[in-house]
Design a binder for this molecule. Structure first.
Ligand code: PLP
Ligand code: COI
Length: 365
């Protein structure tokens, strides 16, 4: 897969009739997650033999597609998710966007797609955040950026497409879960798994999420906010949630998170929490943790807290765990002090309210 190295110029086509400021203010009052979209998008095309070309910032709108476009048949699609934050000085920042660029490249490799150079990925993000800066909510909100790429060749044979479209859209968001301050409940899926060894679990591809929906629906039917997946081989080890990684906090002050072994997504929030915990002198283990142990540790009180983490969820405490064999509660079923402390440390760095010792913050303007 070729890697174009020369920089691309983004042609700017500003929206002829962007959303009016009063209407935007109304939309930003309570945006929820993933429903409010900005005026523009970035697009870059790829064609075999020609490489990356035709970079644009243009009005956000429908994409004309041939019904034979390969993505509609064989799901050759990958995506990313990261947030832009408004800073106190009126600027905007991104959190570790080069990590998203690298993960996007790894996902592309797994899905037999072309590698988008990191600089182009970052430039597309910066351009969208700059042109749609008025869409970054004040306060606790942020601008969720969704870079994605799909196979756009009209061809029904099963092989990697020769044409792709990379797009960045942006959505003004508040909290992912309705009850941001409260702990969420999770359903342990024993009927469905998310990823098998050798599969696409470590890639951020749409197909992984399509496969998780029936398990997420089962979780909802059982009154839970999210699904927890077990490993596909032994159906014993906790892997991750449908869209988040997971951490366990113990009475001796230590923490555990499942190891990256190819079947879970290498979360950037997960990596950041690991680094911050080490900074704080907390013992952190990346090691397998079983459902049986989870239940036993919650019952004995050895497990004090657990949280889900990801770009959308930030750090969200897990209060209740339900499954085929009944349910159990972690701690008092609400958020714990250590989860709150880690969350605040992370969010303060992300929002520029605290020093950035790891140089994670990328200034857009
Ligand atoms: N795991 C899955 C399956 C996800 O979809 C996400 C969200 O992107 C994460 C984990 C967390 O990754 P990150 O912290 O990079 O957002
Ligand atoms: C993210 O956190 O960016 C995700 O992709 C997760 C999804 C549940 C929105």
């Amino acid at each position: 897969m070729s890697q174009t190295t020369q920089p691309l110029h983004f042609a700017r086509q500003p929206h002829p009739s962007p959303v009016a400021p009063e209407q935007r203010a109304e939309l930003l009052r309570n945006p929820g997650f993933g429903r409010v979209f900005t005026d523009h998008m970035a697009t870059i095309r790829y064609t075999e033999g020609k490489g990356w070309h035709d970079a644009k910032i243009e009005p956000r709108g429908p994409i004309p597609m041939d019904p034979a476009a390969a993505v509609l048949h064989y799901a050759q699609e990958i995506f990313e998710g990261l947030k832009a934050y408004r800073t106190a000085d009126g600027g905007a920042t991104l959190f570790r966007p080069e990590e998203n660029a690298r993960r996007f490249q790894k996902s592309a490799e797994r899905l037999a797609m072309p590698i988008l150079p990191e600089a182009l990925f970052l430039e597309a993000l910066d351009q969208v955040v700059s042109i749609d800066r008025d869409w970054i909510p004040e306060g606790d909100g942020s601008l969720y950026l969704r870079p994605f790429m799909f196979a756009n060749e009209a061809f029904l044979g099963v092989r990697p497409s020769s044409e792709y479209l990379f797009i960045v859209i942006a959505s003004s968001v508040g909290a992912y879960f309705k009850t941001q301050a409260d702990a969420v409940s999770v359903w342990v899926s024993e009927n469905y798994t998310r990823a098998a060894p050798g599969g696409t679990g470590a890639a951020k591809c749409g197909g992984n999420y399509a496969a998780s929906l029936v398990a997420q629906a089962e979780a909802s039917r059982n009154g839970c906010d999210q699904v927890v997946f077990l490993d596909a081989v032994e159906r014993r080890w906790i892997e991750e949630l449908g869209g988040m990684n997971v951490f366990f906090l113990f009475e001796d002050g230590s923490m555990t998170t499942p190891p990256l072994g190819g079947t879970i997504l290498p979360g950037i929030t997960r990596a950041s929490v690991l680094a911050l915990a080490k900074d704080k002198g907390i013992t952190v283990r990346e090691e397998p943790y079983s459902l049986d142990q989870w239940r036993a540790d919650a019952a004995s009180g050895r497990l004090r807290e657990a949280f889900a983490c990801g770009t959308a969820a930030v750090l969200t405490p897990i209060g209740t765990v339900k499954g085929r064999d009944g349910e159990f509660t972690i701690g008092n079923g609400r958020s714990g002090a250590r989860t709150e402390e880690l969350r605040n440390t992370l969010v303060d760095i992300q929002r520029g309210r605290a020093a950035d010792p790891h140089s994670w913050v990328h200034k857009v303007f």
